[in-house]
Each structure stands twice: as structure tokens, then as C-alpha cells.
Design a binder for this molecule. Structure first.
Ligand code: ZN
Length: 386
């Protein structure tokens, strides 16, 4: 009896130990999956914001784990599907792991945002899984597939860079890594070959890198108030990569140019802090007391710049109806166009919490003052302590 007890006790302990091991390893695998999914989601969300597109955000789905996954990612209908194995593959890039992930996910997002009927990337690898999907892919000829891939590569990389990732250095290594990891054939009939994909990727790299540099130069020119130069550069970027940020930046520069032409009013002269428009980078130049800029003759030029800026901000909002910054900037333009009612109305279109931000309140106060409702303006200025 005792013997049996002694015999069984350690065995029970063993079983408990093994069970514990299984639970631990299962939960650690689950935790790893959870972590991978969260990191992928974070990269995905950051990229979606950078695209700032009017289309609804696509669904992000994860593929079922299989011992031998066949494709890293694809896009179909309104969803982007990612294999968790891609996360492991990207981790082999060390400090560039999230940059690598951003290149692949941004590529899929480009397919979605640019209305490609589907992503052809590695679709041949999953063609047996859905006959309907396979048939729809076959309908598109190889040339069209190459056009789609080219666009997805260059847009994808540009927006990854805009989103704050560093896609350029890691991009040339990703394709090889994917072909190796997923054991894809170099040549599959009807699809761009691996060599063609590499050429597409190289050209896209050169193009997106060049335009991202132009974008950065534009930001610099804006900072040092070289507005004409900034405008030319932003417009150059916008021809290939239109985005809400680009339109907003173009609108801001035109408004700043208009403000340089504005005749300083007595109120602005007496209370420079109160009459600072939220889009002004600083108030030391235009509203400083020694400033003598502007004369009546410039009114027409000023209005034409403001009208043009209005269109840019409206375009930015049409791309992203939740782009608060463009609403506030547009409100400034309305006030400057002597339409303070519209300025207040534009701010009222924002959700309540956004209406209460300092910048939104600043323009509302200025607009109330220009509407001769000084008491309301005073209340806001008191709250803002200006
Ligand atoms: Zn693709």
C-alpha cells in the first residue's frame, strides 16, 4: 500500500508537472501570438493614419497558423490577411523588424487604397484554397499585375516613411527573405517572376526615396519660411502621393503667405497673443509691434491665396473626415475671409472634445470678436489666460 502510494505519488507529481509544462508552454505560445498580433496591429494602425484616406479602414485579419504557411500576406475584398509567421520572419531583421513589417503591410494597404481588384503578390501560393479567388486572379493579365505591384511597392514605401518607419534600407532584403521563408517558386506562369518583382521593387525604392526626400525638403522650407519653395515641393510630392497631410501643408503655406500680406489691425497690435491664428508657427514675426507688413493693395492677392487654401483644407477633410487639424485651419481661413460665422460653424462640426482644444477655442474667440460678440470672446480668452 505504502509502496503503491510512494509509487503513485511521484507519478502524480510527474503528471501535474507535465500538465503544468503543457499549460505553461501553451500559454507562452498564446502570449507570443498575442504579442505578435498586437505589434502587427500597431504597425497597421500607424500606416492607416499615414495614408489618411477617405476609404474606410480595411479589416485586419490573421491567417490560421499552419506548420507550413504558404503566403505572408494578401488583400481580398475589404480585409488584409497576415500570416503570424511573417512576424517571426521580420524579427530576423533585428532592429529593423518593425520597418520590415511596415513594408509588407503598407504594400497591402496600397493595394486596398488604390482600388486594385486584389493583391496578386504571392496569391499563386494560395490559389488552390479558393476557386473563386483563383478565378478572379486569372482574369487579370500579367501586365496589369505588374502595374499593380509597381504602384503598391512605391506607394507602400512612401507611406511607410511618412508614418515614421525606415523602409528604404530594409526593403531590398525582404523579397528574398519571403521567397526563402515561404519556399515560393521563382517563376509561376501568369505572375510576375521573382526577378521581375525585384526590378519592380528596385524602381519603387528609387522613386519613393526621392519623393520622400522632396517631402522633407518641403517641410524644412516651410520651417524657414521659404513659402514659395515649400509650395513647389509639396505640390511635386502631391502629384504622386496625395495625402491629407500634403493638402493640409499646402493650405497652411498659402494661408501663411496671405497673413504676410495682412494689414495689422489695432486689436492685433494691442493684443498679439489673443489674435494669433492657431496655424501660425510663431507670433513673433507677424504680430510683433514693430511689424509694418501689409497694405490695402494686397487685399485681392490675400483673398485669392485664402480661397485657394480653403480648397486645400476641404480636400484634406474629404480624404479624412476626422482630420481635426484641417477643420481648425479652415476655420482660420473663413475668419480671414471675413466670414467669422463660417469659422465658428466649422469648429462646431468637430466632436465636442475637439471643440474644446486650445487651438479650436483660439479661433472661436477671434471669430466671436469679429462678430462683435466680445463678451463670449472675453470668456474664452480668460479661460485660456491670454
Ligand atoms: Zn502586391
Amino acid at each position: 500500500m505504502n509502496k503503491t502510494q510512494y509509487y503513485h505519488l511521484p507519478q502524480k507529481k510527474n503528471i501535474a508537472f507535465i500538465l503544468l509544462l503543457i499549460i505553461c508552454s501553451t500559454s507562452s505560445v498564446a502570449a507570443q501570438h498575442h504579442n505578435a498580433e498586437n505589434q502587427i496591429k500597431a504597425v497597421f494602425n500607424q500606416l492607416v493614419t499615414a495614408y489618411g484616406n477617405a476609404k474606410a479602414t480595411p479589416e485586419l485579419e490573421f491567417m490560421k497558423m499552419t506548420p507550413k504557411p504558404t503566403t505572408p500576406a494578401f488583400y481580398k475584398d475589404k480585409s488584409i490577411k497576415i500570416d503570424l509567421g511573417l512576424y517571426r520572419l521580420c524579427q530576423t531583421f533585428g532592429k529593423d523588424s518593425l520597418n520590415a513589417l511596415s513594408v509588407v503591410i503598407s504594400h497591402e494597404l496600397a493595394h486596398y487604397y488604390y482600388d486594385h481588384s486584389f493583391c496578386t503578390d504571392f496569391a499563386f501560393a494560395i490559389r488552390n484554397k479558393s476557386q473563386e479567388f483563383a478565378n478572379s486572379i486569372k482574369l487579370v493579365n500579367k501586365n496589369q499585375k505588374i502595374i499593380y505591384e509597381t504602384q503598391a511597392d512605391d506607394k507602400g514605401m512612401f507611406y511607410a516613411a511618412i508614418a515614421g518607419f525606415s523602409p528604404f534600407e530594409v526593403q531590398p532584403k525582404i523579397l528574398d527573405a519571403i521567397y526563402q521563408f515561404y519556399q515560393l517558386n521563382d517563376i509561376t506562369e501568369g505572375y510576375p517572376t521573382k526577378a521581375e518583382r525585384k526590378t519592380i521593387a528596385q524602381n519603387a525604392l528609387a522613386k519613393s526615396q526621392r519623393l520622400f526626400q522632396v517631402f522633407q525638403e518641403a517641410l524644412k522650407a516651410k520651417e524657414i519660411k521659404q513659402y514659395d519653395m515649400a509650395l513647389t515641393l509639396f505640390e511635386q510630392v502631391n502629384r504622386d502621393f496625395p495625402s491629407r497631410e500634403n493638402y493640409n501643408n499646402i493650405g497652411v503655406i498659402k494661408t501663411l503667405k496671405a497673413l504676410e500680406l495682412k494689414v495689422l489691425t489695432k486689436e492685433e497690435y494691442d493684443f498679439p497673443k489673443r489674435f494669433l491664428y492657431p496655424l501660425e508657427i510663431d507670433n513673433t514675426s507677424r504680430l510683433e509691434k514693430s511689424s509694418t507688413r501689409g497694405n490695402e493693395g494686397n487685399q485681392e492677392q490675400m483673398n485669392s491665396l485664402l480661397k485657394s487654401a480653403q480648397k486645400d483644407f476641404e480636400k484634406a477633410i474629404s480624404l479624412d473626415a476626422n482630420y481635426t487639424l484641417a477643420y481648425i485651419n479652415l476655420a482660420c481661413v473663413f475668419d480671414l475671409l471675413d466670414n467669422p460665422e463660417a469659422a465658428i460653424g466649422k469648429i462646431k462640426e468637430l466632436p465636442l472634445d475637439k471643440q474644446k482644444t486650445v487651438d479650436a477655442q483660439r479661433i472661436v474667440a477671434i471669430a466671436y470678436y469679429h462678430l462683435d460678440i466680445e463678451t463670449k470672446a472675453e470668456v474664452i480668452w480668460k479661460e485660456l489666460k491670454i
